[in-house]
Design a protein around this ligand. Structure first.
Ligand SMILES: *[C@@H]1O[C@H](CO)[C@@H](O)[C@H](O)[C@H]1NC(C)=O
Ligand SMILES: *[C@@H]1O[C@H](CO)[C@@H](O)[C@H](O)[C@H]1NC(C)=O
Ligand SMILES: *[C@@H]1O[C@H](CO)[C@@H](O)[C@H](O)[C@H]1NC(C)=O
Ligand SMILES: *[C@@H]1O[C@H](CO)[C@@H](O)[C@H](O)[C@H]1NC(C)=O
Ligand SMILES: *[C@@H]1O[C@H](CO)[C@@H](O)[C@H](O)[C@H]1NC(C)=O
Length: 508
């Protein structure tokens, strides 16, 4: 016999079980019968399989990773609707297998995922992102679209994502960035476009990204930067343009980037920097231009970047770094933590480098001191023969060699200064000699007393008085003339130098 007390307890228990069952039935009724739980797909032929972390129960998954395979899933596949079974997902990643063939963004899933924060697709074959692909996703904070073979990205592809802070589009094949691709992304701080095929950035491509801090465009195919391509990036701190094909930088290209701290331009093909290229970069600390093709630096180049304290110019073809070049940043280079790297250039040992002696004594930074102590320059002329005239006579010999049609100097890439024209042959001679001889030609600058540094500027002063020394432009025009016609140019060329030599004799 059961006591009434036990009877009552049993009854309560039965009610409770009944209630639980009803609740479960109710939950199940909410999900239409064609909907499956995407965390619990049993069909072996399904084109998508998902792994859910934390829990697989309906609406309980937070982090979900889905693999797409078995080829050719359609936009209309009922599976996309099944994401309604897990409406609390915060992190969703699609990984497309080799046979997966996903060639569109399954935007339908966004409708059901009201808490999505982190979205990613990898290894798909999406050729094109249409306008409004990612629109009004107010909760999304991070989006990763790496390795998807994307070629075209339309205007307004990313539109009104008020919480998006990081957008990664690395390792696609994006060809160009059009105006207003990124629209109303007020929280975006990091935009990564590394390893694409970008050749053109249209004016205004980034103009709505007022809060962007970091922009990576390295390993692309950019040969030219348009005038207004960086407009709007008023808060950008770091710009990475390494490993592109940039040849020339024009004045004012970076004028809008007045908060930029760090600019990386290494591994391009830059041979010309306009005098005012870096104007506007008043906060720039670090400028890196290694592995380019710079031959000269215009004297006021760093006037616009007076905060610069870290400069890398390694592996260019620089012949001079004058006091005028260094003056605007000289005081910064004296400070702790600054550096200036100049290895791997073609510096000529002359009085333009005398400032290095002084800086070596004043610099607090070990990096600056070490760099200067190891600084090597070349004697293109024998210092003992450093009278004005012999210096010139040698130049004449070199220049005459320019007229031979198959002369090596013609194939030299950057004959931009008078120096190049007049010293090509000397350099070529040394190039042909064994490495050791070339080394003998090199000297550690700080071991040469300042007063023994030759000063070709003197020559220029003297010749200026005679009005015969060709200016840089005249020299260039003259050289073009020589290169365009052969036999007549030889005659004109020879007589030019005879006249020149005569003037020097007369007025020296
Ligand atoms: C977002 O997802 C990506 C790819 O799955 C992952 O690498 C990243 O760490 C995630 N970020 C956060 C904040 O969870
Ligand atoms: C995005 O949201 C705006 C305003 O809330 C709305 O006008 C627009 O139609 C939405 N766009 C799409 C494609 O849903
Ligand atoms: C945007 O992100 C912030 C910080 O994570 C969060 O507090 C806020 O709710 C998000 N806004 C929306 C609309 O989800
Ligand atoms: C990059 O674009 C050029 C033409 O703009 C094309 O010839 C080349 O195949 C592309 N490279 C890749 C890797 O897509
Ligand atoms: C870069 O662009 C040029 C010209 O459009 C193209 O021929 C070349 O294939 C591109 N480079 C790469 C690595 O795609």
């Amino acid at each position: 016999m059961l006591t009434p007390k036990i009877q009552a307890t049993l009854l309560l228990l039965l009610f409770a079980i009944e209630a639980l069952d009803a609740n479960r039935r109710k939950q199940k009724e909410k999900i239409p019968p064609t909907i499956i739980n995407i965390c619990d797909i049993n069909d072996r032929d399904s084109k998508v399989h998902c792994y859910c972390e934390f829990s697989q129960e309906i609406n309980e998954a937070v982090k979900t990773e889905c693999w797409v395979f078995n080829g050719g899933i359609e936009r209309t596949d009922p599976l996309w609707t099944s994401f309604t079974s897990q409406s609390n997902i915060e992190t969703l990643a699609f990984n497309v297998r080799a046979d997966g063939g996903l060639d569109f963004v399954p935007t339908k899933v966004f409708r059901y995922l009201r808490k999505l924060k982190n979205f990613s697709i990898k290894f798909s074959s999406i050729p094109k992102l249409e306008a409004n692909t990612f629109v009004n996703l107010t909760t999304v904070q991070e989006m990763t679209l790496t390795k998807n073979q994307i070629v075209h990205v339309n205007k307004h592809t990313f539109y009104n994502l008020p919480n998006l802070t990081v957008l990664t589009l690395d390792e696609n094949r994006i060809k160009e960035l059009v105006t207003d691709t990124f629209y109303e992304l007020p929280a975006l701080q990091k935009l990564y476009l590394t390893s694409n095929n970008i050749t053109v950035i249209h004016d205004g491509a980034f103009r709505h990204l007022v809060n962007l801090l970091e922009l990576e465009l390295d390993r692309n195919n950019i040969s030219e930067l348009r005038k207004e391509c960086f407009d709007g990036l008023a808060n950008l701190k770091r710009l990475d343009l390494r490993r592109n094909k940039i040849t020339i930088l024009n004045s004012f290209t970076f004028i809008e980037l007045w908060n930029l701290h760090s600019m990386l331009l290494d591994y391009n093909e830059i041979s010309v920097l306009a005098q005012r290229t870096f104007d506007g970069l008043s906060q720039l600390r670090k400028l890196s231009l290694s592995h380019n093709k710079l031959v000269t630096l215009s004297s006021g180049l760093f006037e616009g970047v007076r905060g610069l304290s870290a400069l890398d110019l390694r592996h260019n073809k620089l012949r001079r770094f004058t006091l005028d070049n260094v003056r605007p940043i000289y005081d910064n280079l004296r400070n702790q933590n600054s550096y200036i790297y100049l290895d791997g250039n073609e510096f000529t040992c002359d009085c333009h480098l005398a400032w290095m002696h002084k800086l070596r004594h004043e610099a607090k930074s070990v990096k600056v001191r070490t760099s200067l102590e190891n600084f090597v320059c070349k004697f293109n002329i024998d210092p003992s023969l450093n009278s004005h005239f012999t210096y010139f006579e040698r130049s004449e010999i070199n220049s005459n060699n320019l007229y031979q049609p198959d002369d090596k100097s013609q194939t030299k890439d950057y004959p931009d200064s008078a120096d190049d024209i007049f010293h090509d042959e000397i350099d070529d001679t040394y190039t042909d000699e064994p490495k050791l001889a070339r080394k003998e030609n090199e000297k550690t600058l700080l071991q040469i007393p300042i007063e023994l540094l030759p000063c070709p500027q003197d020559v220029k002063t003297v010749t200026d008085r005679t009005y015969t020394y060709p200016s840089q432009n005249e020299a260039k025009d003259y050289r073009n003339l020589i290169l365009s016609s052969t036999s007549t140019a030889t005659r004109i060329g020879s007589s030019f130098f005879i006249v020149l030599t005569w003037f020097l004799y007369r007025y020296n």
